[in-house]
Write a protein that binds this ligand. Structure first.
Ligand code: GDP
Ligand code: MN
Length: 379
């Protein structure tokens, strides 16, 4: 789950990280009122769950409340990378001397969290990572020991941070590490962390990604989810406890088990097709869940064929077949569907589907080839 900038910064503040004291507005009038309260120049920032808002014109300075209202009105009418802007953050404007990047994420290969930092922070950090990766330093953290003081100093040294800021920087690193671990985050990032002309540090932008599988431990964080900003298919999938990821291809895939789902996508590609999604209906899926999954797949207009690949272990093939039939009765799609059912109650499942005009296949290779051919014919 992605958090908005303002939500991430609220969390950072709880962990002692200095952040600008702004507030969120849903209308231009509210933005003006906040600017009046704050006094002086403000920065108005689009709250959308994508990066690169600055470059897209979603971060703008305003010299007074009147201008804040105008700027907010313009930003609230924008779409950034396809996402409509529904809220803006109004922060007091910062006098920036220097922009630093500071982030922490999980390094799977190293099996531990890793701090990343760069003196070349700001809106071009992706470019820095691509062209001059040596400008990003990395420090791995032993999860049992946590962040040690010497490591925070190593990071400060690595980005040539002037000595006078080391103490404050160390506190920010410790706060960020605690926020990351205690919230079960997969990313906690400050970009930019700025050195202000006033000679102190401030986290001007914040981004956090939370581990969905740990959200049950954080009801307060789970509440922060902004469903307005999510693809409807993903909201729907979560509601039914389905692991769904939308992709760009045209072959919808419904599979039980994450490994089998990935294999199915690979084989579709091997035969020259492109999967429209990753979908794992899970072990022991009910007819109702299968129906929900089918509705989600069919809500994607790119889908030209559907491939069902079900290996019945705990999942019963007849249950899956019932789900397919229930969904077909409801949505009545007119696209080709290829089905491969093997394992527990496969025979019963196939019988149920016999009248449903589906293309059947015995092996996964055969199923994938038929799905690719059907999608090509339909496209
Ligand atoms: P992003 O583009 O989505 O990462 O949005 P950011 O919040 O990082 O803002 C982008 C850039 O806008 C920052 O790197 C800064 O250069 C600039 N910016 C943001 N807030 C302020 C501010 O208060 N004052 C000034 N002068 N620039 C700001
Ligand atoms: Mn940023």
């Amino acid at each position: 789950m992605k958090l908005h900038e303002y939500q991430s910064k609220q969390i950072f503040a709880k962990y002692g990280i200095p952040v600008p004291k702004g507030r969120v507005a849903a209308t231009a009038k509210e933005a003006r009122a906040i600017a009046e309260e704050l006094g002086g120049r403000v920065v108005v920032k689009a709250q959308v769950l994508v990066g690169g808002r600055g470059k897209a014109g979603g971060v703008r300075l305003a010299k007074d409340p009147k201008e804040a209202e105008e700027v907010a009105s313009a930003i609230l009418g924008m779409e950034i990378k396809g996402l409509p802007v529904r809220k803006v953050l109004v922060d007091p404007a910062a006098n920036i001397e220097h922009e630093i990047y500071l982030g922490i994420t999980n390094d799977r290969a190293a099996r531990r969290p890793v701090f990343m930092a760069s003196a070349a922070g700001g809106v071009d950090i992706e470019e820095v990572a691509r062209t001059t990766p040596e400008k990003i330093i990395k420090v791995h953290i032993d999860p049992l020991l946590g962040l040690r003081d010497y490591q925070a100093n190593d990071i400060a040294l690595g980005i040539d941070l002037p000595r006078e800021y080391w103490k404050q920087f160390g506190d920010i690193c410790r706060g960020l590490y605690r926020a990351y671990t205690e919230c079960d985050a997969t990313l906690a990032e400050i970009n930019p962390l700025v050195i202000l002309k006033e000679k102190s540090l401030s986290a001007l932008d914040g981004k956090m990604l939370l581990d969905d599988n740990a959200l049950f431990r954080h009801p307060d964080l789970a509440e922060m989810r902004d469903v307005d900003e999510e693809a409807p298919a993903e909201t729907e999938a979560r509601k039914h406890d389905l692991s769904f990821i939308k992709l760009d291809g045209n072959i919808g895939c419904m599979v039980n088990g994450a490994g089998l789902a990935m294999t199915t996508m690979d084989i579709v590609k091997l035969y020259g097709g492109e999967p429209a999604n990753f979908l794992d209906i899970g072990g022991g899926a009910s007819a109702e869940k299968v129906a929900a999954a089918l509705r989600i797949i069919l809500s994607d207009k790119n889908v030209k064929a559907i491939l069902f690949n079900v290996f019945g272990g705990i999942t019963r093939c007849d249950e899956v077949a019932k789900g397919i039939l229930a969904a077909l009765a409801e949505v009545k799609p007119n696209i080709p569907m290829v089905v491969r059912l093997v394992g527990t109650n496969a025979e019963e499942g196939r019988k149920l589907l016999a009248d449903a005009k589906m293309i059947t296949a015995e092996t996964l290779a055969e199923a994938a080839q038929k799905a690719v051919a059907a999608a090509k014919a339909a496209a």
